[in-house]
Structures are given as structure tokens and as C-alpha cells.
Design a protein around this ligand. Structure first.
Ligand SMILES: [Zn+2]
Length: 375
């Protein structure tokens, strides 16, 4: 990660560069600010710059020296990563290194480090990643090994607010009595949740939210989003690229669910069994978790279409596309079939949650819809 890979934050980049040129690098820096704006990317770029063998005259890492390449692949021997992880049956005293491969993949695919996405990488329901005390102990051992390759040993701590007090106290000792030439860079979404003793030992640098134009610019350049849509997303996202990406994802998924719902109703009405078979394969391909969400969505739309018939728009929660569809479709959802439709959809979701064969369940449901839509 180079400074030039990180959008915006020019003032912070300048301040970090100045620390190096003035030869006054604090041994603990805290980059804090809202989630999803690229703070960890800045921290990584700074670490890479510090270790780069041939920094550019403009004050950035070269990106090609062996040290830069090791940084890009999270393999730099004098750079340690600390981040929240979970306990499992196999890993009772987890440390970040146990999950380094997952972390590398996560940080590479999303430089804005959406914590929700990180939580979702753990194969564990309701996982709450934490920086455990085992981490501080392992860190102490690793820091006591003398630096061989570079001038500085750098510890990048992502989400220090996820430490419990015991961990924080041990880490505090390491920050208070640092091993020589060790630099801690803490990256936090919520500085107020960091233990005051830790906070007071760090040089805080507040990173501000991105401008709407910067968020929109990123979406257009990197995700090919139409400029007008990008501006609308940026407006909702409050200066956070992660929030904008989440919103984009949610829009995409709800559009897909809508299309599948419309497909089911049209094909069932036309009694097109062959296409319903294909439809059931498409739904199966979503995977169990999404299939269940899809059937929740279907139940909601049936309810909404039933309500639509009462002609009181304030009772309806439909987006523009859904509303357009309901104009012609709602009349098919009546007292006669609404309840049964919802019930069979709910049963399909339950069967899928219970590991039933998706293709069978989805096709079976499609056939029931044919009968239930019969005039
Ligand atoms: Zn380099």
C-alpha cells in the first residue's frame, strides 16, 4: 500500500511524511476517525514508506523494492499485525497470527476494512472478534527478538477499542517501555472506547470523514458506478466508503430478489413449468443463507401486495420498481390466497434452513404457486 493508493487525506499524508523528514517519529501514533475512510490503508502506507529502500522524491514508497513487496504480501519480517479475532474449539487462546491469511485476504479485498465484513469471515454465528490477552503476551515475545532487517519494527494495531482491560494493560507496558526502534500505529474507529491510559501514551491524529465528492469519485473510478448514482450513494454514506459499498450491495441484492420474485410470479401465472425448473436452480445457486433471505423478501412482498389493494399508499412500503409491478400484480393477491402463499414461502425457508435439498424445495414451492395463483 502506497500513499498514492489511498484516496484523499492529503494533510495527514503530509504530516506523516514530515515526521520522517524531521526525524521525529512518535513511538506510538493513533489514527482515529469514522469507519470506512481508509485509516488502516494510511497506516499501512506509512509503515511501507518507513521500510522502503528507495522512497520516491515526492515522499512515497517505491512499491518495487523487496521490502515494499513484502509489505504488499503482509510478509514483512519487521511488521507485526494485531487485530480482533475469535476463539474456537481448536484455538482457545487466539492471536492475530492464527488468522493472518484471512486478514491478508480481507485487507487486500477491502482497503476500507469494513468491520462487519471481517466479523463475517469467521465461521461462527454471532462472533464478536476481540483482541485477547494472549495477543499481548505473544507480542512481547516477538518484540524481544532483535530487529535484523530494518531500522524500525512496526506494530500495526487495528481496532484497539476491541481489547479488554487485561490485554490493554499488558499492551500499555509495551508502549510505555518500548523496545528500541519500535513504532506502534493504532488505528481506531472509536477513540473514546480506548482505555485512557493507552490513549494518553499515543500521538493522536484525527482522520476526518471523506467529502461526498471523494466517496462518489471512488465509486465511479473503482466500481464503475454512474456519477449521478455515485453522488446519491455518497450522500447516504456520510463520508464513509464502506457505508457506500454496503448500500450498493444492499441495492444490488434487493434488485436481484425483486427480479426473482417477479420471475416466479410471471412464470407461475403462465404455468411455464420448464422455466420454473430453471428458476428453482437459479434460487438454489444463491446459497442457503441468501435463499432464506429471499423467501423472507417474498413473504414481505405478498403482504405488501395484499395491502396495496386497500388503496391507502401510506400503509405500503414499496420502492419504485416494486410499486410499478404491484399496480398490475396486486389484484392476484386476495383473502383467498394471501395467507397460504405466505405460509408455503415460510415453510420453504424453514426447510432450507433445515438442510433440505434446495432444488427440490424451490421447485416444489414454484408448483404450489401455480395452484395458488389460479384465478
Ligand atoms: Zn520500496
Amino acid at each position: 500500500m502506497k500513499f498514492s493508493d489511498v484516496p484523499s487525506h492529503d494533510n495527514i499524508k503530509t504530516r506523516l511524511r514530515d515526521m520522517v523528514s524531521d526525524g521525529r517519529i512518535p513511538h506510538a501514533i493513533l489514527l482515529h476517525g469514522p469507519a470506512g475512510i481508509g485509516k488502516m490503508a494510511l497506516a499501512r502506507a506509512f509503515a511501507q514508506y518507513l521500510h522502503c529502500e528507495h522512497p520516491t522524491p515526492g515522499g512515497d514508497a517505491c512499491g518495487v523494492c523487496p521490502s515494499c513487496r513484502q509489505h504488499e504480501s503482509f510478509n514483512h519480517v519487521d511488521t507485526l499485525y494485531v487485530f480482533p479475532v475469535v476463539k474456537t474449539d481448536k484455538i482457545k487462546a487466539p492471536i492475530s497470527d492464527d488468522y493472518l491469511a484471512e486478514f491478508k485476504q480481507f485487507a487486500t479485498s477491502d482497503m476500507f476494512m469494513d468491520f462487519e465484513k471481517w466479523t463475517a469471515t469467521f465461521d461462527k454465528k454471532n462472533a464478536q472478534p476481540v483482541i485477547y490477552v494472549s495477543e499481548s503476551e505473544a507480542l512481547e515475545r516477538r518484540l524481544s527478538v532483535t530487529t535484523t532487517a530494518s531500522r524500525y519494527k512496526i506494530v500495526l494495531v487495528w481496532m484497539p477499542e476491541k481489547m479488554n482491560e487485561q490485554t490493554a494493560n499488558k499492551l500499555l507496558k509495551l508502549i510505555e517501555e518500548p523496545f528500541s526502534d519500535t513504532i506502534f500505529i493504532l488505528v481506531s474507529n472509536d477513540a473514546s472506547a480506548i482505555l485512557p491510559t493507552i490513549y494518553s501514551r499515543c500521538r493522536p491524529m484525527e482522520i476526518l470523514r471523506l467529502s461526498d465528492a471523494a466517496v462518489a469519485g471512488f465509486l465511479t473510478e473503482n466500481r464503475g458506478v454512474d456519477p449521478q448514482d455515485a453522488m446519491a450513494l455518497a450522500h447516504i454514506a456520510n463520508g464513509s466508503i464502506s457505508a457506500a459499498l454496503r448500500e450498493m450491495d444492499a441495492t444490488r441484492v434487493s434488485r436481484m430478489f425483486f427480479d426473482l420474485f417477479v420471475g416466479l410470479m410471471r412464470k407461475a401465472y403462465q404455468r411455464n413449468v420448464k422455466e420454473l425448473k430453471e428458476w428453482s436452480s437459479d434460487v438454489t445457486a444463491l446459497g442457503r443463507e441468501q435463499e432464506i433471505k429471499f423467501y423472507d423478501y417474498c413473504q414481505r412482498l405478498i403482504r405488501e401486495n395484499f395491502i396495496y389493494n386497500f388503496g391507502i399508499p401510506s400503509l405500503n412500503y414499496l420502492n419504485t420498481a416494486e410499486q410499478q409491478f404491484s399496480k398490475n400484480f396486486a389484484r392476484f393477491i386476495t383473502e383467498r390466497n394471501a395467507e397460504t402463499l405466505i405460509r408455503v414461502m415460510n415453510e420453504a425457508a424453514t426447510d432450507i434452513a433445515g438442510n433440505a435439498n434446495g432444488k427440490v424445495v424451490n421447485f416444489d414451492l414454484a408448483i404450489k404457486i401455480i395452484m395458488l395463483l389460479k384465478p
